[in-house]
Design a protein around this ligand. Structure first.
Ligand code: PGA
Length: 255
């Protein structure tokens, strides 16, 4: 297993936080702190913050992402935003299948797959989230669940398109709870995801896919998690709202 074959990516997920003015201020604060990063740095922000965020990040190494995307190109889908619309305002990445979307907004593995294909067709890079609940873990289904979620989400995605997919293993029990997976649990979960990619695309392809860990990753635990062979980056919620904490994680991924 050769970590050098894949890009390290640290992505923030701001969730439902920050006004446009606050987004601009936070990005201005972050810019000098992450300027010498040796990993890719992405901030996924609420839709209304996108113009302010792309403007603030222009000319820096920070890339802007959205937190979701609809799978239709246009039409009667009140409240939704298409992949072409995101492209048009300078978005490069999009989170798909976050557990909060699955849990609170009824998203399924099938719609996650549709969103993934629509985003890739439009030329966006996808941060695809998978992860087991505590109940599924306790019942011993973690590996099977991760395999299932990964395979369904990627159905119909070509090996060429897969180059624009990052997968984030986010155990649901670790998201926003302050309970982090141990370094070993993160490595194991990411390994299960990589195995699923290998089963679908072959081991050589799987070795090149960036797989992040997400779930209460913070300035203190990032180094240990990122030192694991299968952990190629992080999807960061709470700690991405603080410039100092986020930059420590970026530095840990730059080693
Ligand atoms: P957290 O969120 O870092 O606040 O646990 C991670 C995520 O939801 O992507």
């Amino acid at each position: 297993m050769d970590k050098a074959k894949r890009a390290a990516v640290i992505a923030g997920n701001w969730k439902m936080n920050k006004t446009p003015a606050e987004a601009k201020a936070l990005i201005e604060e972050m810019k000098p702190l992450v300027a010498d990063a040796k990993c890719d740095v992405v901030l996924c922000v609420p839709y209304v913050d996108i113009p302010a965020a792309t403007e603030a990040a222009a000319g820096s190494n920070i890339k802007i992402g959205a937190e979701n995307v609809h799978f239709k190109a246009s039409g009667a889908y009140t409240g939704e935003v298409s992949a072409d619309m995101l492209k048009a305002v300078g978005v490069e990445y999009v989170i798909i299948g976050h557990s909060e979307r699955r849990q609170y907004f009824g998203e399924t593995d099938q719609t996650v797959n549709l969103r993934t294909k629509a985003a890739l067709d439009a030329g966006l890079k996808v941060i695809l989230c998978v992860g087991e609940t505590l109940e599924q873990r306790e019942l011993g289904y973690t590996e099977a669940l991760l395999e299932y979620q990964t395979k369904i989400a990627l159905t119909g995605v070509t090996a060429e398109q897969l180059k624009n997919v990052i997968i984030a293993y986010e155990p649901v029990w670790a998201i926003g709870t302050g309970v982090t997976a141990t370094d070993e649990q993160a490595d194991e979960g990411n390994g299960f995801v990589r195995n699923a990619v290998a089963a679908a695309y072959g081991a050589d392809v799987a070795e090149t896919v960036t797989i992040q860990y997400g779930g209460s990753m913070n300035a203190k635990n990032a180094e240990g998690l990122l030192s694991k062979v299968n952990v190629d980056g992080g999807l960061i919620g709470g700690a991405s709202l603080k410039a100092a904490d986020f930059s420590v994680i970026v530095k840990a991924a730059s080693k």
